[in-house]
Design a protein around this ligand. Sequence first.
Ligand code: C5P
Length: 421
Amino acid sequence: MSFDLSVFSNKNIILAVTGGIAAYKSAILVRRLKDYGFNVRVVMTHGAQAFITPLTFQALSGNPVHTELLNPEAEAGMGHIELARWADLLLVAPASCDTIAKFAAGLADDLLSTLYLATKAPVWVAPAMNQQMWAAKPTQRNLNTLVEDGVHVIMPDAGSQACGDVGLGRMPEPEDLADQVKDYFHQAQRALAEKFGLLAGKRVTITAGPTREAIDPVRYISNHSTGKMGFAIAAACYTAGAKVTLLAGPVSLDTPNGVKRINVSSAIKMLDESLHQLEEGCDIFIATAAVADYRVAEVAEHKIKKAGDELHVSLIKNPDIVATIAQQEKRPFMVGFAAETRNVEEYAAGKLVAKKLDMIACNDVSRADIGFASDLNAMTVFFADQYQLEKRDLEKASKQEIAQQLVEAIHDALHHEIDPV
Ligand code: C5P
C-alpha cells in the first residue's frame, strides 16, 4: 500500500536516547522516521553518549543534538522549554531503568527528565534492559506509575540479550517502532478528518481507469485512460474524511492509502460492482472511468485464428454506468466527467441534464498540456440547476490539486441551501 509521506512533514518528534546497548538501533530509528517525513530532534542522556556519539545522530537527523540542560550555547539555539513545546511526540528509545525511575519520581535533574515534565506532547517509552532488571519490582512499579500518568509503554521483545541472558528486555526493531509512530499519527489525522473533514463520514464510490472488453480469451478493446484523475480524487476524498471505494479498471497505479480498491475489467462488471456499492450504502458516486461505449457482441470462446484479409467484429452498446446509478430510487449525489475535444462546455452541460447528474467536471482533451496521461489537468465544473451555484473554473494544476478542488465543489453543493420547490 502506498503512503503519502508528505503529510508528516509538519510533525515533530523528539527522540530521546538513554544509556543502553540498544542505542545503536536508535540510529536506524532516526533514519526511518526521517524517511517517513517527520522532523526529528535527538536528545541524549550522558549514559547514551557512552554507547554512541551525538555526531551520528546530528548527521542522521539533520539537527543539532541536545545533551545539556543548562548549556548557554544550546539554550540560545532552542531552550529546553521551547524544545518541549516543539514536540508532537516525545519518544524515549531505548528507555533505561534509570530514566524510567526518574520519570516516575518526577525528578528534573537533566535535560530529558525536565523535558518529560515540561512537554504537553504524548510520551512513549521503549524500555530496553537486562531481563532481570526488567522484572525487578522497582522497575515494574515505576512502569505502572508511568502508565497511570498516561505514558505509552512499548513492551520490549523477548530473546537473547547482549549480556548473554535470554528473556524480556530487547528494544523492538527500529523499523517496527517507526511504523508504530507512523500509524499513530496517521490514525490521529484520520480521526480529525472523520470529524471535521469536508466529506466527514461520507461513503464515496469512484469509478476509474479504462474498461477492457474481451474479443476472445487473449484480445480486448480498451482505451488510453490511466486512472490518475480517479485515483487522485479517491485520495482527496479519503483525506477529507470519507470512506472510499475505488472501482478500478486495469491500471498500474498504487492504491491510495486508506482506500478500498476493487479491480474490475469490463463495463458490465463495473456496473455490477457499482450497483452492489449502492446496496452497501453510498452517499456520493463519482464516475471518472473512461467506460468503453461498446463491447463485443459475442466473445469468442477460443482464440480467433488468422484467416482472410478482413475480420468483422460486431459491437453492441455498453450500459451507461453513471446514468444507470442516477436512475436508482436511492440515488447518491452524482458526479460525472466529460472529456471533449470541442464545444466542451455545451456538451458537458448537456450530459449533466441527460444523465441526471448533480455535478459534472469537464475538460478539453484536445489540449496537449492536460488530461489523459498528463499529471496536470484543468476543468470547468457545472452544477445541476437546483443547486443555484455558478459554474466553477479549476485552473491548470496537478491532478492532486484539482482533486482537492473537486472535493470542495462537492462539499459546497452538498451544503448549499436549496430553495424548497
Ligand atoms: O457520455 P460520456 O462517455 O462522455 O460521459 C462521460 C461520463 O459518463 C463519465 O463520468 C463516465 O465515467 C460516465 N460513463 C459511464 N458509463 C458509460 C459511459 C460513460 O459511467 N458507459
